[in-house]
Write a protein that binds this ligand. Structure first.
Ligand code: GLN
Length: 235
């Protein structure tokens, strides 16, 4: 299982690297051999990854990362070949057809997901809870969000979840997915707080159901999850 972390030098806010660590751990605990590849923005994106990860970022790094990925073309090719792509916040916005640049002007995105983002009136900051598209079979999401962007979904994607508390896309939905491409506004990091989402990505990449982890391996993850769910006042 090759995990490719795209541009940690530009896209890695709020501990989003934790998403990589959790995928690595949960794959290894199931006996899957794992290789982790970190690709900085001056390096080519390899085509042979199984799961590609993109984190959040500030406005300017987000613009630079988009230009580099567009010029490189490797991520587009990997997704075309069926790789799994998981993107958070700035990474999520970048996948769309357009997003709001550093001074708010619309900039072209990577066109890997049928979404388009602009800048909202206020930043969405704080804890977020959202109920996942039942088709994905993942329990309620808990996360932390901090973004100015608002995102509109086109007809070729489905919302990842419905917001219970927080902002998400800005219209009551949160994130989007289509095929094996999935984006979310959730930091936390998302896959640390939501192991079910991590396992969904691993299942897609492995092409088969994976056995559950032994309870003692889940103890800390579940404790963190319960604590964060309880931190949000009555829903
Ligand atoms: N710069 C983007 C925004 O503010 C994304 C921020 C982030 O990744 N946390 O909307």
């Amino acid at each position: 299982m090759r995990l490719v972390w795209i541009y940690p030098d530009l896209l890695s806010t709020y501990g989003d690297r934790g998403n990589l660590l959790v995928l690595e751990r949960r794959a290894r605990l199931r006996g899957l051999p794992v290789e982790v590849v970190e690709v900085n923005s001056d390096q080519r994106v390899p085509l042979d990854g199984d799961i590609y990860l993109m984190g959040g970022g500030e406005d300017l790094p987000q613009v630079l990362a988009t230009r580099r990925l567009q010029a490189d073309g490797g991520l587009h090719e990997a997704v075309r070949q069926g790789a799994v792509l998981f993107a958070v916040c700035a990474g999520y916005q970048m996948l769309g057809t357009e997003f709001g640049g550093a001074d708010g002007q619309p900039l072209p995105g990577l066109g890997l997901l049928d979404i388009s983002s602009g800048r909202g009136e206020r930043r969405g900051v704080g804890e977020i809870l959202a109920d996942v598209d039942p088709a994905l079979g993942v329990p309620r999401l808990t996360g932390f969000e901090n973004h100015q962007g608002v995102t509109r979904l086109g007809g070729d994607v489905k919302p990842l979840a419905r917001v219970v508390t927080g902002v998400g896309n800005g219209d009551g939905t949160e994130g989007a997915h289509s095929g094996r491409v999935l984006g979310t506004y959730l930091h936390g990091p998302a896959l640390v707080r939501n192991p079910g989402l991590a396992d969904l990505l691993l299942t897609w990449a492995a092409g088969q159901q994976l056995p559950p982890l032994p309870p003692q391996a889940e103890e800390l993850a579940l404790r963190l999850r319960d604590e964060r769910l309880a931190a949000v006042p009555a829903q």
